[in-house]
Ligand binder design. Structure first.
Ligand SMILES: [Zn+2]
Length: 299
């Protein structure tokens, strides 16, 4: 595939799909799923992605309202575009990281994995086109932007601190902040109560749950998922997680995740030795719709 590059690289890089009225996936397929949630007065961008292409330009093609960028947590792949926005908000624990640039070695390592992923997609695509037909326009991984080798993520603006239970009013709709520690201490989800949409960040993942990094506290993660499942039972129409090509899950996914984490904490789920996508060792706890990664040895 030819990547022409140039100033509107973003239009080739981002996958945009309206998932609900006034709500768009602004995705980096295979990397990060960001979502734009628009009210009558302003809009929230849930996460700013890798920062390889100009997400602010992609967003301004969708809305003319002022945009508040909200990070679901401070991990590098969720805040790459923060520096392109003047208004940013996040959990208070995220502030220290978000106001620092991202380490260049991390970005170089990420690029290697991104290139391996793209090569894997090109192989998978042939089989998909012939047999499976799972890739859609919104889920086809894109060639890397021409400027990927110059990729840098500068420090972002100081985020406005978000408190658990706080409502972000957008005009005609609002988003409620839910502090959901577990994947990381600074993780939040955003709930559009009226529409029944949960923007889950890395708290819910339709592939590998990352619960094997030093940031993760498994008991806290399990308690968060159970609380969310109890609190939101019967209220949700869709869950939008930040990773994998399955950027929409049904409400039952939350209960399945809570049950799985409970089984891991209780010691009734046996993990199998394997790796994460970076090929680092991890115990893989496999469930019907997803896998939970744990550290290779008990901590
Ligand atoms: Zn994360």
């Amino acid at each position: 595939m030819i990547n022409i590059g140039g100033p509107d690289d973003w239009s080739r890089w981002f996958a945009v799909e309206q998932v609900e009225r006034g709500t768009w996936l602004v995705g980096e397929p295979g990397h990060v799923n960001c979502f734009l949630v628009e009210g009558t007065e302003r809009a929230v961008l849930v996460d700013t992605g890798l920062g390889m292409a100009d997400i602010a330009a992609a967003v301004s093609a969708l809305t003319d309202r002022p945009v508040l960028a909200v990070n679901t947590h401070s991990h590098s792949d969720h805040r790459g575009g923060n520096w392109r926005f003047t208004e940013v908000a996040a959990h208070p624990l995220a502030a220290g990281t978000l106001t620092q640039p991202v380490d260049g070695d991390y970005l170089a390592g990420y690029l290697d994995v991104a290139r391996a992923q793209l090569a894997a997609y090109e192989r998978a695509r042939e089989a998909d086109d012939r047999f499976f037909h799972l890739f859609t326009d919104a889920s086809r991984p894109r060639p890397l932007p021409e400027a990927a080798d110059q990729w840098a993520v500068p420090a972002g603006p100081a985020p406005r601190p978000l408190a658990d239970g706080e409502r972000i009013g957008l005009g005609g709709r609002d988003l409620t902040v839910l502090h959901t520690p577990g994947h990381s201490p600074d993780s939040i989800c955003l709930l559009d109560e009226r529409a029944g949409l949960l923007f889950a960040g890395d708290t819910l993942i339709t592939g590998d749950f990352w619960a094997h990094t030093p940031d993760t506290e498994i008991e806290v993660f399990a308690a968060t998922l159970r609380e969310l499942a109890d609190q939101l039972a019967g209220q949700l129409s869709a869950i939008h997680p930040a990773h994998t090509l399955r950027y929409r899950a049904g409400p039952a996914f939350l209960t399945a995740a809570a049950d799985a984490f409970e089984a891991i904490v209780a010691g009734t789920s046996a993990g199998r030795p394997g790796t994460d996508l970076l090929l680092r060792p991890a115990l893989r706890h496999e469930f019907a719709e997803f896998t939970v990664l744990r550290p290779p040895a008990a901590r």
